[in-house]
Write a protein that binds this ligand. Structure first.
Ligand code: 13P
Length: 339
């Protein structure tokens, strides 16, 4: 492990003004996203979609890295350039999703465990060879009656730590993603409690596995009200609860925290991030690694039609720029309408 290199890559992913695009939807997930625009999930449609994202003019001003899915690493832009190269040329760091999905946790109804540790060492070496410099593993923690259980938190934290240690051995920065889901009617207080417990377990395991925290990034949920909760916390409350929680459990050695959007609207995700950065200086960079919050407007503008590519790229540029402003705490809703 070259610690200096890992630290440099981690820091470059969270440089001020920029964040990460999560474009690592697995085959079933991208199918779901395409269904919303009545588009078949063929290999060519998936390629064309990623091509439009990765060749959006000027987007490298706001996007530091892109998380790819296995298939995408082997696909090419319309001019024949492999996607990882297309990104590198613009100074965007290519990353890769390496988990194999969250599966039912046997014996614990309603809870999940992420699979993918078997053979991971070999896969990480191959991805590094292809140009990847960072990786992602997502653990899913659900809130419900009687859960999250301590066993589920422990099993997922342990898997995240094993993944992170293997990544660093292979020269890849691990993005550690324990996502406490928004699904359910729970309060923001319950989300805060579950997020605190989840993250404290995760850091206990990471340290126990001798993971070099300075060469990692954390990708957590924000602390929000459950989607079906009748009481929805406002922007200031979400920002304060999220920062308070992170301060309690995330060591200052971690260079950056890159939030997932998790079902927030694009505007909410930007507003929340901006409010947190406007609170002042934090021990870590607070940035984004959004999937849906960056891509929803792009898919709506594109609809699978070549003629709509310029409009879709414009939508991607605009959303990225707004999130770039949120990195400085400088987003305002009035900016939504500016082209
Ligand atoms: P969302 O921002 O859509 O939650 O996706 C981020 C991600 O990479 C989930 O693993």
């Amino acid at each position: 492990m070259n610690k200096g290199e890992l630290e440099a890559v981690a820091r470059s992913l969270v440089v001020p003004g920029k964040g990460i695009l999560a474009a690592d939807e697995s085959a079933p997930t991208i199918e779901k996203r395409f269904q919303a625009i009545q588009l078949a999930s063929t290999e060519e449609n998936r390629r064309a979609y990623r091509d439009l994202l990765f060749t959006t003019p000027g987007v490298s001003g706001f996007i530091s890295g892109v998380i790819l899915y296995d298939e995408t690493t082997r696909q090419k832009s319309s001019d024949g350039t492999p996607f990882p190269k297309v990104l590198e040329r613009q100074g965007i760091v290519p990353g890769i999703k390496v988990d194999e999905g969250a599966k039912a946790l046997a014996g614990f109804p309603g809870e999940k465990i992420t699979e993918g540790l078997d053979g991971l060492r070999g896969r990480l070496a191959a991805y590094r060879e292809q140009g990847a410099r960072f990786a992602k593993w997502r653990a899913v923690i659900a809130i419900g009656e009687g859960f999250p259980t301590s066993y589920c938190l422990e099993a997922n934290a342990h898997a995240l730590a094993r993944y992170a240690a293997l990544c660093q051995e292979a020269g890849l920065v691990p993005i550690v993603e324990p996502e406490v889901l928004m699904d359910g009617g729970h309060t923001i207080e319950r989300c805060e409690e579950a997020t605190t417990e989840t993250l404290s377990r995760v850091y206990e395991e990471l340290l126990g596995h001798r993971v070099h925290l300075e060469g990692t990034l954390l990708k957590p949920n924000m602390v929000v009200s459950g989607k079906e909760s009748p009481v929805q916390a406002g922007v200031a409350q979400v920002a304060e609860a999220t920062v308070r929680t992170l301060k309690r459990v995330v060591p200052g050695a971690v260079p950056g925290i890159v939030f997932l959007s998790g079902g927030q609207t694009p505007r909410q995700a930007t507003e929340h991030l901006s409010a947190m950065n406007a609170m002042g200086k934090h021990p870590w960079e607070l940035s984004f690694s959004y999937g849906r919050a960056l891509q929803d407007p792009v898919l709506k503008a594109w609809k699978g039609l070549a003629a709509n590519v310029p409009a879709a790229q414009k939508a991607f540029f605009h959303r990225s720029k707004l999130n770039g402003a949120a990195r400085h705490g400088k987003y305002s809703p009035a900016m939504e309408d500016s082209a």
